[in-house]
Write a protein that binds this ligand. Sequence first.
Ligand code: S3P
Length: 449
Amino acid sequence: MSAHANARPLKSRRSSGLRGVAAVPGDKSISHRALILGALAVGETAITGLLEAEDVLNTAQAMRAFGATVVRTGSGAWRVQGRGVGGWAEPDDVLGFGNSGTGSRLVMGAMATTPVTAVFTGDGSLRGRPMARVLDPLTAFGAAYTARERGLMPVTLSGARQPICVDHHVAVASAQVKSALLLAALNAPGRSRIAQSELTRDHTEKMLAAFGAQISVEPLEKGEAVFVTGEVELKSCAVDVPRDPSSAAFALVAALIVPGSDIRIPAVLLNPRRTGLITTLIEMGGHIVIENERESGGEKIGDLVVRSSALKGVEVPPERAPSMIDEYPVLGVAAAFAEGRTVMRGLEELRVKESDRLAAIAAGLKANGLTTAQTHDSLTVEGRGLDDVPGGARVTTHLDHRIAMSFLTMGLAAKDSVSVDDIAMIATSFPEFEKLMRDLGADFQQVNG
Ligand code: S3P
């Protein structure tokens, strides 16, 4: 994907010690799920700390299109009046999900066992992403769809008139696919079983339990199976969304690589299926201390204290990939500033994110003077140490917010400035990114065209 007509480039320059508190916004995964479960529940769900970024706002709009009442009552404070499981109305227009794989795929699942038809589309990035991985298993519940070739959007999905429960093994390491099937199971009579070999994020399972669903999890020799009993009403439930570790990742890596930094990232989600980056950075020698560990709304949270550190290259095992899948772009940047080689394996899912992230990370690192090697599912970065990353290039972001934020992070510690071709997509997940980083001391400069 090339940058769109209104592309806004931005440059980042070597900065001196980052300091302060980085209060990152609410978790994207949990925000989508809070709106969707609120719309499926009976009664009013009050949400606080909701991420008010484009992806999540598109999901809120879709919930309105299915007949839920969704109102904003203050900053991050939202109220959803649900229609009940199986109670969604038919949208009278096409649903636009912008850049969001999560929003679109979860909503496909949530409507697949209700007898309504909806048309799903999105931006140039989303229209290029595989949807058959979720649509094909939804047909087992009795849903039917048409799509462009290879299951691409626009997609028309008709929910089952007489849904049936399923026993399905999810072949890809995707929490979105797993979650879509769990949501579909809510309105299928009987007990569905959804199994997966990898332990992907479990926010849907946790939140379904909090909303009163009949759900249980059994470990398997490899992975686990989730059981959901259908036709059980969900009861509205207050949701306080913790801060997003995938957004915290940029301030975290910036503080490690910019000498003289010392920052605090408060109340960030520390669900063990999301903390692979923290584990890896600590293995690399990063000074990251977790303080005030506590529980909030069934999820573990804590404050991160981060200081600049000499990093060394490491081998990141493939089984860790699901717990840090969105963090590889910024880990690639950390690896550039480490001494020695970093090897990351098990990355095949990175090929089908908002961009082909494996290719985008490798290209951005190479343009900025790093030596890298990639296979279909691995990336090797030859680190140059804290003081010797050349920089100097303009990075193509391919409509990918995380590629943009990662390379702006790189420019804060590289010898020459690093620019990105477009920061517009950052608003899909982290609209406050530029201001929050500037407040810590990041030197960002506007550039023309
Ligand atoms: C998400 C799951 C992951 C992740 C995405 C959010 C979710 O995608 O990359 O940003 O909220 O379930 P996949 O399920 O495609 O791995």
